[in-house]
Design a protein around this ligand. Structure first.
Ligand SMILES: C[S@@+](CC[C@H](N)C(=O)[O-])C[C@H]1O[C@@H](n2cnc3c(N)ncnc32)[C@H](O)[C@@H]1O
Length: 268
């Protein structure tokens, strides 16, 4: 099959994060679909390739994002089926909280085309660096905010909680570009079942242009409803509780170690 697809990540900060592999896929493509929302980033992509087609045209307020995603996938697959070497260049990591790249690759592969994903530096990677968080220190859970609200998720307040798409918190319609204070108030109520209302949370925005200032605004959970929140804002909730030792397992481990010790001393 002549057509192929590569969904590549170009990272968060213009020009600074793209890998040589992602750049090479872009430069060698027949067509590049752009999954970036920043106009300046898209101009930079156009310097790398003369046929860059924006996927942003499929978004519109009042239109279901389910339809938008289907149209994006269809646009990409149409060119692959025509035998073109297609690249989807997405900001961040193409596989992180992103439907169209995963779906396009799945369908292309199912139809017998070569299709790969090339990772990029995601908002989470930048967040780890900018906020000085090690997800391995206490553990880290992450959810899409609305999914976190719609379903009964089990989460652990002794680890970090990262909520993506907080700007769309509670959007059932899938047609809005943002929800507001009332929706966020319901999120606060949900979180307040676990965290104290004065627990400090962080609103994070990575730099997209090299001149951008990173946003790492600390505020109380209760202040979240009135805070300024955008499509590109991510909420970080640090642990509010200490990790509790698992006594039962620790006792089992101690018995196991004692058995090993005994066996070793018999052999010796
Ligand atoms: C559809 S997801 C795409 C994530 C992207 N694929 C990545 O690798 O980071 C959009 C969400 O990513 C997060 N995000 C996007 N841009 C961001 C930025 N500049 N700073 C912090 N978070 C960002 C926000 O939570 C936003 O709602």
């Amino acid at each position: 099959m002549a057509g192929s697809l590569a969904c590549v990540g170009i990272g968060m900060t213009l020009g600074a994060h793209i890998s040589p592999l992602a750049r090479s896929y872009i430069e060698q493509a027949d067509i590049v679909f752009s999954g970036v929302s920043n106009g300046i980033v898209e101009l930079w992509l156009r310097e790398m390739h003369n046929d860059v087609r924006s996927l942003q045209i499929y978004y519109s307020e009042g239109k279901s994002r389910h339809i938008t995603y289907r149209e994006m996938v269809e646009a990409i697959l149409t060119e692959v089926r025509q035998g073109k070497k297609v690249v989807g260049a997405f900001y961040g990591h193409p596989g992180v909280f992103a439907h169209a790249p995963h779906k396009s690759i799945e369908l292309a592969q199912a139809e017998g085309f070569e299709a790969v994903m090339v990772p990029g530096i995601s908002a989470e990677d930048c967040l780890i660096a900018d906020l000085g968080i090690d997800p391995g220190q206490f553990g880290c859970q992450q959810f899409e905010t609305s999914q976190f609200m719609f379903y009964q998720r089990r989460f652990d307040p002794s680890c970090y909680l990262i909520l993506w798409q907080i700007g769309l918190a509670g959007d059932k319609t899938m047609t809005r570009f943002s929800t507001g204070k009332a929706h966020r108030q319901l999120l606060i109520e949900l979180l307040a079942e676990t965290y104290p209302l004065n627990h400090q949370v962080i609103l994070y925005e990575a730099a997209v242009l090299p001149i951008d200032k990173v946003r790492k605004q600390k505020l109380k959970l209760s202040e979240l409803a009135d805070a300024e929140i955008f499509m590109h804002t991510t909420l970080v909730i640090p642990p509010s509780e200490k990790m509790q030792p698992n006594q039962l397992l620790l006792e089992k481990l101690a018995k196991l170690e004692a058995k090993h010790h005994l066996a070793e001393s018999v052999i010796a």
